[in-house]
Design a protein around this ligand. Structure first.
Ligand code: GLU
Length: 614
């Protein structure tokens, strides 16, 4: 038994924490974990430097808790003039920084961060999932690498539904088990990025070594991760024992805050990829084991689906906000398009004269969000499969003006607009900026925490439930078709100054809250004169037109006050109080370019985020 284990046993149950990106799944507020577990984390981190098998866990240069055991709400930023890496976990930020220091560029470092996050934040992303990478190179080129999962060829809009049109398995068939799993894209995406955008100064082995070390030597489990494990304890001791075989300790309890976690199976799989590239994942023994795991849970994915997987290089969507250039995600994400739609609406107002999170301010954001969500439901899907998605209209400033013109002093129910008239002819997030002016921002995911709950035995990774991002309505533009990408909200974004020089880059998890969160952070920096860390720390709101109305955090910096909540109700809004520093509102990581040339990295105190620079 590990040191401290007895003490940790007493903390078997922490408060449940759920994170899932789907609009169709009820999303609980995610309460912060109990202070007692935080106190143990600090103590365990201090005393537990060696495991019984003699392996020393990878050094953690920073801990997300202070000496009193409380989650640090400050000390998340990190700066440098040579490079900055900011991610949802300090070990992953360290991995990226190490690759920059070895002469890698921002893309090389981002690949290191991506693989490391799959080890230390396996509930959120990993090689069983997919994502998007936006690359802005020093010469001004923007490229968008889409390694989003696709539906297996044999799956269609009816595969999930029973004879009554209801989702099978008590409504869970699209989020748990084999029919929830999309064909993973992450390994292919990383391979593509390294080959086409890497510096050539570092090898695949070098960019993957930090992740392999973390899986072999181990890392200290955080509150955030132990809470996620606790929340999925039922799956692990129930229908998904393979997941439990990784995330439950020998005593049957989930890994707790302060435990050292190793995953030798995942280390082996990562080493196979380091040796033989993406083929080691999409063909051969890993592919066979993956398909066997999916089939065990009634999935229809085949080895042909894996070999057919292709990365797409796409044109980002772009626009301006008060003179700054916004570059973000095109379909199959809806995020960038609706981020631009929202910013275009906001541009019609003098937000700099408004108090952040006052009733007037929240009302404006809420109306802009609801209008965008009505359009999203009507128009957005995978443009490789559906024609006529009005991207130009949705991102048109004239169209946004028609929305702004309809906003009154009262809360409204929004219907889809008519963007076609304005057509000129639609997780975890991290950012890396290097000294040469290359910027990479990535959002990657396995969708819900612990994805489909299927772990691949012997290989140590978890399969996504990205199929959950499809609509279950066979008539929807976002219905399932073999090979189609489920609609995403992920929006890694780059902001440039008017002269084209870098200003800021940012991204966040949070499902459908992603692009509203990014819009709030961008506006707070540009309109409300906050630095990026202040803008991240500031209380957020969300409204997608559902019965919850305006959702707001009850503690963060500068949250919506009771008085403002009351005033919003008087305007006809329903208001819903969420948790304190609530992960429901995402986990933003970003980098800002300061006037003196410093790269200022900022990270979200709602999760384990930490920026490091050098
Ligand atoms: N699957 C979601 C999307 O692609 C992201 C999930 C999350 O952020 O939790 O939009």
């Amino acid at each position: 038994m590990k040191k401290n284990m007895k003490k940790l046993l007493a903390l078997a149950m922490t408060l449940p924490l759920t994170a899932c990106g789907s609009p169709s799944q009820p999303e609980s507020a995610a309460p912060e974990t109990v202070a007692a577990t935080e106190a143990v984390q600090t103590e365990a981190a201090e005393t537990e430097s060696e495991q019984d098998d003699g392996l020393t866990p990878v050094e953690q240069v920073w801990s997300p808790v202070d000496e009193d055991g409380n989650t640090k709400r400050g000390d998340r930023e990190g700066s440098g003039s040579n490079g900055v890496v900011t991610s949802a976990n300090v070990y992953a930020s360290q991995a990226g920084l190490a690759v920059l220091e070895q002469g890698g560029n921002a893309v090389d470092a981002a690949i290191a961060v991506s693989y490391a996050l799959g080890v230390v934040e396996p509930q959120a992303s990993g090689i069983g999932g997919g994502g998007f990478m936006l690359v802005h190179t020093a010469d001004g080129e923007d490229s968008f690498i889409d390694y989003r999962e696709v539906a297996p060829a044999a799956q269609d809009a009816y595969t999930w539904l029973d004879e009554n049109g209801e989702v099978k398995n008590n409504g869970l068939a699209n989020s748990r088990g084999g029919l929830a799993v999309g064909v993973p894209g992450e390994v292919a995406g990383m391979e593509y990025a390294l080959e086409h955008f890497g510096s050539g100064n570092v090898s695949r082995q070098q960019v993957m070594q930090p992740a392999i070390d973390l899986a072999t030597q181990g890392y200290v489990v955080s509150n955030y991760q132990s809470s996620a494990i606790t929340d999925h304890y039922g799956d692990m001791v129930g229908d998904y024992p393979d997941l439990g075989s990784y995330y439950l300790r020998e005593d049957g309890l989930g890994y707790q805050t302060g435990d050292i976690f190793t995953n030798p199976d995942l280390a082996k799989t990562l080493q196979m990829i380091a040796d033989n590239g993406a083929d080691a994942f999409y063909k051969g023994e890993v592919a066979d084991a993956l398909i066997e795991a999916v089939k065990k849970y009634d999935g229809v994915m085949t080895t042909e689906d894996l070999t057919a997987y292709k990365v797409n290089l796409r044109e980002p969507v772009s626009s301006t906000y008060r003179g700054y250039k916004i570059i973000s995600c095109p379909p199959p994400s809806s995020g960038g398009t609706h981020l631009i739609e929202i910013l275009n609406v906001l541009e019609n107002y003098d937000i700099s004269a408004m108090e952040v999170n006052s009733a007037e301010y929240v009302h404006l954001f809420s109306e802009a969000f609801k209008a965008a969500f009505a359009d999203r439901a009507a128009y957005m899907g995978d443009t490789d499969f559906i024609e006529g998605v009005p991207l130009d209209g949705l991102t048109s400033k004239d169209y946004a003006k028609t929305i702004a013109d309809k906003i009154t002093d009262e809360s409204q129910k929004w219907e889809k607009g008519d963007p076609k008239q304005y057509e000129g002819n639609s997780t975890t997030s991290f950012s890396v900026a290097d000294k040469d002016g290359n910027i990479v921002t990535v959002t990657q995911t396995i969708e819900c925490f612990f994805g489909s709950a299927i772990a691949v035995p012997g290989y140590g990774f978890i399969l996504n439930d990205q199929m959950h991002d499809f609509s279950t309505d066979p008539e929807s533009v976002n219905c399932v078709e073999g090979g189609k990408h489920p609609l995403s909200s992920m929006s890694p974004t780059v902001v440039l100054k008017e002269d084209g020089s870098p200003f800021m880059t940012l991204g966040t998890p949070g499902g459908v809250r992603i692009f509203p969160t990014i819009a709030q952070v961008i506006s707070r920096v540009i309109d409300s004169n906050m630095n990026l860390q202040e803008a991240i720390n500031c209380g957020r709101i969300f409204d997608n037109g559902s019965d919850d109305g305006v959702c707001y955090e009850t503690a963060a910096e500068g949250v919506v006050s009771g008085e403002s909540a009351k005033a919003l109700e008087e305007m006809g809004h329903t208001v819903t109080a969420k948790g304190e520093w609530d992960i429901f509102f995402g986990g933003v990581q970003g980098v800002m370019y300061l006037e003196d040339g410093t790269l200022f990295g900022a990270a979200d105190p709602r999760r384990d985020g930490k920026a490091l620079g050098y």
